[in-house]
Design a protein around this ligand. Structure first.
Ligand code: MN
Length: 226
């Protein structure tokens, strides 16, 4: 029997509200431009549909942990997002059955090196360096959930000042559509997390900033940029 050359990487996990079992993360998909007002603030065309990109699982920042200001950027941006946590997977999942895959929801922040993203856009280059860097995916505990997806208020403050304040109901692709669309492109599986896109009001963070986010009925997240 073969042996590992070195200790394999640890499984990334997220705590679950109200229970001891922890959620093992398989991978992280993210949706871009899923709110019309944010698509406009990013200079997008109103007819462009949302799209997917990804972060590595180990970009997760567990609840209660702070985030080090990342290297190679001077324009780190916050993007508050509803996160879907899957307990089951599949491919080509019909919209009507998509919510059956959901274990629960969390509050997440899609941290973005905006300067690197803008440079990549200008050159037609990929987004990994601007989106999939270390500690780029802070998350709250996951709240177990059944029934219709969250629709409530989504809000982010920096040092107590409201920066993003919108409604999850304004997503262009609703949660069940996001799952169905993703399953056309990839085989989804238990442990997948999907960051569902951010509303308008994204902006820069500085060292020392305290970031707090919340989504009605889902939970709260807080971290400091160290
Ligand atoms: Mn985002």
């Amino acid at each position: 029997m073969s042996q590992y050359l070195f200790e394999p990487p640890a499984v990334v996990t997220v705590p679950v509200e109200g229970q001891d079992e922890i959620f093992p993360v398989r991978r992280i998909l993210c949706v871009g431009r899923n709110y019309a007002a944010h698509r406009r603030e990013m200079g997008g065309d109103d007819r462009d549909p949302p799209f997917f990109f990804a972060k590595p699982a180990d970009a997760i920042v567990s609840p209660g942990r702070d985030v080090a200001y990342p290297p190679m950027t001077s324009n780190l941006h916050h993007e508050i997002e509803l996160v879907v946590a899957l307990k089951a997977g599949g491919k080509a999942v019909p919209v009507e059955r998509a919510l059956d895959l959901v274990f629960g929801y969390a509050v997440g922040v899609d941290l973005t090196r905006r300067d690197l993203q803008n440079a990549a856009k200008d050159k037609g280059q990929p987004w990994e360096a601007s989106k999939g860097f270390d500690e780029s995916a802070p998350i709250s505990a996951i709240k177990p959930w059944s029934g219709p997806a969250p629709q409530g208020r989504i809000q982010l403050t920096v040092n107590g000042d409201v920066r993003q304040d919108a409604s999850v109901a304004d997503m262009i692709w609703a949660t069940q559509e996001i799952i169905a669309e993703a399953s056309k492109l990839w085989t989804l599986a238990a442990g997948d997390l999907i960051y569902t896109g951010t509303p308008e009001g994204v902006g820069p963070l500085r060292s020392g900033d305290r970031v707090e986010g919340q989504i009605d009925g889902v939970g709260k997240l807080a971290f400091k940029v160290a």
